[in-house]
Write a protein that binds this ligand. Sequence first.
Ligand code: MSP
Length: 514
Amino acid sequence: MKSFYITTAIDYVNGSPHIGHAYEKVLTDVIARFRRQLGDQVHFLTGTDEHGQKVQASAKQRGIEPQQFVDETSAEFRALYDRLNVSYDDFIRTTEPRHKQVVRDILQRLFAAGEIYQAEYRGFYSTRQEQFLQSKDRLPDGSWPELFGEVAEIVEANYFFRLKKHQDWLIEFLTENDDFIFPHFRQKQVMEFLKEPLNDLCISRPKARLEWGIPLPFDENYVTYVWFDALLNYYSAVVDQGRWPADYNLIGKDILVPPHAVYWPIMLKACGLPPPKHLLVHGWWLQSGAKMSKSTGAAVNPLTLVEEFGVDAFRYFLIREMNVGQDSEFTREQFLVRYNSELANNLGNLVNRTLNMTTRFASGVLPAAEVSEDPERELHDLWTRTRDEFIPLCEGFQFHTALERMMVFVTATNTYIQRREPWKLGKSAEAKDQALLRTSLATMAEALRLAVALSQHVTPATTARINAVLGYTPGADWRAELTWGAKLNGAKVAEALVLFPRPAPAEKTPAKVL
Ligand code: MSP
């Protein structure tokens, strides 16, 4: 069995989760479930990033201790991921002793090895971003961009990590591992970034300025810079399990350069540890063209959509709509278009027809197929092509196209039903018509079973519910489930299932043709 270790970014807990956070965890979950289906032994890690200036400030604003604040907000993130059926194996919080201990051990090791040194630092500091700025960060008119908030010049003794020393190694590593970052164009951006000389990284904050952090083991007057602390979660969570390196660290494009593409591999290298095998970098959910974020105030609360349309409709939309690596605009209109045309009118309709007609014409017991003519042969052929394309698409993270193919197959099944017109066959007493009727019932049910076997890692609850109403229990070997056959012969189906109720009529949108 191949082991497969995958992680998400750990969320800052200084606000409420929005669709951007939810997307990343659902995407990672889809990959994790897909690998489990293929037989890998998956370890899926997510968690929360709980130290730093912003958390300290938010807690103060509410008049509570930072620990109480992070306990509450971390629980909010975790509850959302549980609600979204995110099948994480471990949830790490950077305030946990198991994490803090590893961070301190590593800092001590790097300090002893001379990779960390003390120096005086004079520079412009952004409190909002918790980082010193460089002159190249200024706008052409000499001012600082809005995103840095208030910027002040300060001088202080601090600890530095020797990034510069490892720059050539990193360039060499990226050159030799051309597929380190997915999508590939991001790797090229990193190579561009590395054309400029790196500065060593300031990794400490004096306790006088920031208390809410992990104290440096060799100087308790300082705490660790938040990125140094946060990145190590991927390692600290599995330190005694022999799982490192991760197969994928999954992150958004805003935290690739420099934290994940530069600091992270160099930190590991300096400790004598291997880098992760890959970074998978997704794009942003946008609203009116701008990144959705808690500070814009316009962020969409994922729970609202989940309450209204169900967990799987939400998961389906995120994965169907976003091309991994690119940005996507989030609109309720587009959500409704997909919900209505793909889930309710296409898949939902196939479920209704299958249950309804099997109940009406076969007393709820699925018959065997007897006839194989053009309509059946064409659907079988389309199935084979769909399945053969689907797995490689998922392996290449092209889940949106994979789901599109699956929906095309569902559409074709509905078209097959239109062609066979079982409701007319049901009225005929002729033996040939009765054989065709049995064939069409068996064919639509089998096609439905196969379609939802494909989308199981995206909409697991829906697949389980459809299998249940088809009176079917799938086997453990997912690939073996994808063969067109006679698994449903004799199965007793339920009379009805309302999977995707329609939204209020006023919101109905024209169906989009696939
Ligand atoms: N705490 C750091 C990550 C540390 S990882 C060692 C952080 N947290 S965050 O809460 O700001 O973001 C968490 C993840 O959500 C990041 O990967 C980020 O890219 C992602 N998203 C936040 N807003 C997003 C969108 N609008 N769209 C898609 N994902 C975005 O960064």
